[in-house]
Design a protein around this ligand. Structure first.
Ligand code: AMP
Ligand code: GLY
Length: 421
């Protein structure tokens, strides 16, 4: 098979790495890829938003199957574009990707089908939003409706902070169009957990659960990022709670999408809060998580390409998906200044040493500069340690992370610490 992966971050590096393990995958391309992906696949310099060019490339290169990584092109209908050209693409079409592309669509869907989520109200007008907000109390959550690179959510500890977030989204338009509509939502207290699942219509095949760390600093302080580190499994969470989340949230949502005439095919990713009243939905994503993918795929024993083919051929229900019992911890190394603006082009050293220690090194924002790896993004690398348990995997991830250097490198030092308690 000749495959094309769309995207160029750490998630896509892990996807390419997993696909590459299969004998079936003879040729692998990635658009646009990054310097790490280029070691495994042929990178094609086409942006993920250039649908016409991507389709033309896929036709010219006789691509048999496309795997779409990121959220933006899915929300904009990249799968529809490939399908219109007769090229099979794994991922939800535009109508199904709305579960991530519009928080209001998602919230209304969950309400209609009685699927547990935080209480909320939606607004298109600043004055009404502000007067509603003033009747509420902190902590409270303000969300831009559309995609905002994972940064459109403010968990406000005070009413001042909440009013500022509302003003920035609706009046100052810091998220552009994504802030035309907003959701004001109840604050949910508890442990967070992510469940990713391969989905084809009503068939749901959950992956092993993982947990992300969104804020930039230790102790969950500072602004939210795309994700600073992940781990799997979640030994501190009762397996019964995980099963409850699959039965009460993930499966009913897949069914609801079918009932709405928007059957979902791809990876459905539920971001959940385990509250004292059980698991509740924070968000749905229509794709694999980044950096959840970097810890989940190393535990996948079944070939990823076989699962994708089964989903594409309506045979996912017959698939027995196997996972290893190992633990995996991913520590993200980010650029100085991230999640605000950051410099690029800083030389990275120590990658070979980290790999020689047995760590997996997934590139997120890297490029080649004068024959050396250099930084080219906010999140630069994901260093994954594997081990018999979280403590061992975590030790290995941090040991390998410490030998990788670039000027201004920042990483959290408490990834997976919660799982050790
Ligand atoms: P989202 O982009 O919707 O995943 O939100 C980003 C992060 O904000 C989540 O991972 C949570 O940590 C936090 N968050 C979002 N909604 C809520 C909520 N209703 N209550 C508490 N925390 C939330
Ligand atoms: N790690 C969270 C996300 O991919 O949205």
């Amino acid at each position: 098979m000749r495959m094309l992966v769309i995207g160029g971050g750490g998630r896509e590096h892990a996807i390419v790495w997993a696909l590459k393990k299969s004998e079936k995958v003879k040729e692998l391309f990635c658009a646009p890829g990054n310097a790490g992906i280029a070691q495994l696949a042929e990178c094609v310099p086409i942006a993920v938003s250039e649908f016409d060019e991507l389709v033309r490339f896929a036709k010219d290169a006789s691509i048999d199957l496309v795997f779409v990584g990121p959220d933006d092109p899915l929300a904009d209908g990249i799968v529809d574009a490939f399908e219109a050209a007769g090229i099979p693409a794994f991922g939800p079409n535009k109508k199904a990707a709305a579960i991530e592309g519009s928080k209001i669509f998602m919230k209304d869907l969950l309400k209609k089908y009685n699927i547990p989520t935080a209480k909320y109200e939606t607004f298109t007008d600043y004055e009404s939003a502000l007067s509603y907000l003033r009747e509420q109390s902190a902590p409270i959550v303000i969300k831009a409706d559309g995609l905002a690179a994972g940064k459109g959510v403010t968990v406000a500890a005070t009413m001042e902070e909440a009013e500022k977030a509302l003003r920035e989204a609706m009046v100052d338009k810091v998220f552009g169009e994504a802030g035309n509509q907003i959701v004001i939502e109840e604050f949910l207290e508890g442990q967070e957990m992510s469940i990713l699942a391969f989905v084809d219509g009503e068939t749901v095949k959950p992956m092993v659960p993982a947990q992300d760390h969104k804020p930039i600093f230790d102790g969950d302080k500072g602004p939210n990022t795309g994700g600073m580190g992940t781990y799997t499994p979640l030994p501190h969470i009762d397996p019964a709670i995980i099963e409850e989340a699959i039965q009460n949230i993930v499966i009913p949502t897949a069914k609801a999408m079918v009932s709405e005439g928007r059957p979902f095919r791809g990876v459905l990713f539920a971001g959940l809060m385990i509250t004292k009243d059980g698991p509740k939905t924070i968000e749905f994503n229509a794709r694999m998580g980044d950096p959840e993918t970097q810890v989940v795929l190393p535990r996948l024993k079944t070939e990823l390409v076989d699962i994708v083919l089964a989903a594409m051929n309506g045979r996912l229900a017959d698939m027995d998906i196997e996972w290893s019992d190992e633990a995996a911890v991913c520590v993200v190394l980010a650029s100085e200044g991230y999640p605000a603006s950051y410099p690029k082009g800083r030389v990275i050293t120590g990658l070979a040493e980290a790999e020689a220690q047995g760590a997996l090194v997934f590139h997120a924002g890297t490029a080649m500069k004068d024959g050396q790896f250099a930084t080219a993004g906010g999140r630069v690398l994901g260093i994954v340690g594997l081990g018999a348990d979280i403590a061992e995997a975590r030790g290995r991830a941090y040991e390998a992370a410490s030998v990788v250097q670039f000027e201004g490198k920042q990483n959290r030092s408490d990834i997976a610490a919660k799982a050790l308690l």
